[in-house]
Structure formats: structure tokens, C-alpha cells
Write a protein that binds this ligand. Sequence first.
Ligand code: COI
Length: 356
Amino acid sequence: MEKISYQNKSRTSKVELPSKLGFGTIFTDHIFEMDYSSEKGWHNCAIKPVENLSVHPAAMFIHYGQSIFEGLKAFHTVDGETVIFRPESHLKRLNNSAKRLCMPQIDEVFVLHALKELVSIEKDWIPINSGESLYIRPIMFGTDEILGVHPSKKYKFIIMLSPVGAYYPEGFKPVKILMQDDYVRAVRKGVGDAKTSGNYAASLLATEIANQLGYTQVLWLDGIEQKYREEVIFVEFENEIATPKLTGSILPGITRASVIQLLKDKDYTINERLISVDEFIEAYNNGKLKGVFGTGTAAIISPVSEVTFKDKKMVINNGEASNLAVELFNEITEIQRGNSTDKHNWITKVPTEVAV
Ligand code: COI
């Protein structure tokens, strides 16, 4: 295993977090960083104080978007342990994104070790209030200084940490979403199933428009016909729960996978399948649509109070979070906080003693 060098930034004061944390505005003292070159592989592995990056203006990722990331969370359990939720799945997904963007693979075992060391060093930054966590953001980007379009030969990998509260200002309160067919986020066989920066850039304009109209989020439709929903969203129909199947343009969400597992554990009928706009509207008109919620690492479960498509406004479950959405949110947060049995081994403990 690579050796990690460690430069400590000694704090002169105790970590003090604001009483109300936003999302991703505060960063801890240290990052994990390593470099890649085709000659040396991954090297220069270090846990060091956060500092500004120095990159050449021709760096590949700035021009051509060879840039991927992940988002996962660490918590303090009720027993005072420090844990990370499903880190192996996130690192595996990072490697899948890397493959799609012609970027090098990371050694998942080594990076998990480095991540545990970093979180252990920064454990005083983990907030303790319910709904709060330490958000972990690994990033990888190409740094070749050439303007020709080709896969970079040099990369930087960084893990940074940010104590966070709820992702949406609404907290767990239901959000209004806009289903629109003017813009798409991704197309099948494109990069929609990779966690790459360009997908987020592609989502900005439609989200801005939705925000201006009073909606929190956009509900994306498929890139070809704009007929099927393409989003990490769950729909509670009368006799089944359905979520769009992974067709290549949806990110394989880790919270999505956790929710599917929890629903199976409860013997719900959960189907991963195409859900058309027409089917959704028809179920709504016939009173067969019982609830809608989104999933994601940042928000965990995001109940939906209203879905609008063109001039059709659909108020879901009287604008309230469904019982199921509340139940799933509680179940996931209880596992994360060590309050309930982790029967699927989703929790990875962080050692108290740092080995580096
Ligand atoms: C998530 O965790 O659900 C996200 O992808 C949001 C993140 C980009 C802040």
C-alpha cells in the first residue's frame, strides 16, 4: 500500500460549527491528495492542510471537462463511534465514472484506507445534530497542459470534507418539482450514468428556470422522446412502488439502491421500469398516485408535494410527505446513526487511532 505523508495544521482553537449548517459552505482543515502520471501511477499521497490549487490555464479538465466526483457522508453514532455510509459503493461508482471518462482507476482499498484516516483526523468536524453530517467529496480531474482533445496523462485526486445540514433549505419538508420537456440532462449512451461535472452544468439552466417559477427541482425526462421519467425518483402507485430503471442516462444512486433494498425487506412490490408522463398523469387523475419522493446522498429522501407538467399541476398526497417517505428517511438515518441494526453492512467504522 502507498505511504501517506501527513502534514498537520495545528489548530489554535476548538472546532466550532454554526448552530444552523447549510450545505457545502464550510470545509475542514485537511484534505487527502494524490497525483497520477502514466509513468508513476498514483503517487504523492498526502493528508495535508487545505490550500488553493495551482493549475496551468491549459489544464485539461477546465477545457474539456475530464472531471468526476463522488458525494458520501460520515456520522457520529449514538455510541460515539465514527462511521461512513456505504463508502465501498461510492468508490466503486467513482471507478465506473473514471472508466467512462477515460480516467485512471483508483485502488479502492487504498483510497478507503486514506478516507478513513482523513475522517478520523477531522472527526471533531462531524456535526452531532440530527439531519447533519460530514459530507465527503472525492474529486478527480485531468491536469495535462495541452489544448488537443485527448485523455489527460496526468490527474489529481482529492478528498475534501464539509460539515453539512439539510441540502434543500426546506429540510425534509416536501418540495415542488417541475417536469419539463424543453431541456434534457443526459441521453442514453452518453455520460448520464457517470458522476461527471458536465452533467451538473447541463442541469443548471432548466433548474434556474424552475427555481424562478417557484420549483425546487426539475424532474428530468428521457433525452430521446421526453416521454419517460429519468430521475432518482420513486412513485407510490396504488399496488406497486416504481422507480425509473437504469437505462444508462440516470446515475445509479446509492441511496436509490438502499431504498430499493429497504422496500424489498418490507416485502413491497418495487419495480425498476419505465414510467411515462402519461401513466403518471393518468394515475394522478384516477386517484392512484399515493406519493412521490426523490433520493440522493445529500438530501437522503426528498418528499415531493407537487409535480407540474405544462399546465397540469398535480398536488401529491395533499402536499404532505407520504408515510413511506418519512419511514424510509427515518430508517436510513437510524442506520447511519447506529440506532438500528446494519443488516446489509452499509456502515464502515472509522478507527479512532490514526495510522499515518
Ligand atoms: C446528491 O447527493 O444527491 C447529489 O448528487 C447532490 C450533490 C451534487 C450536491
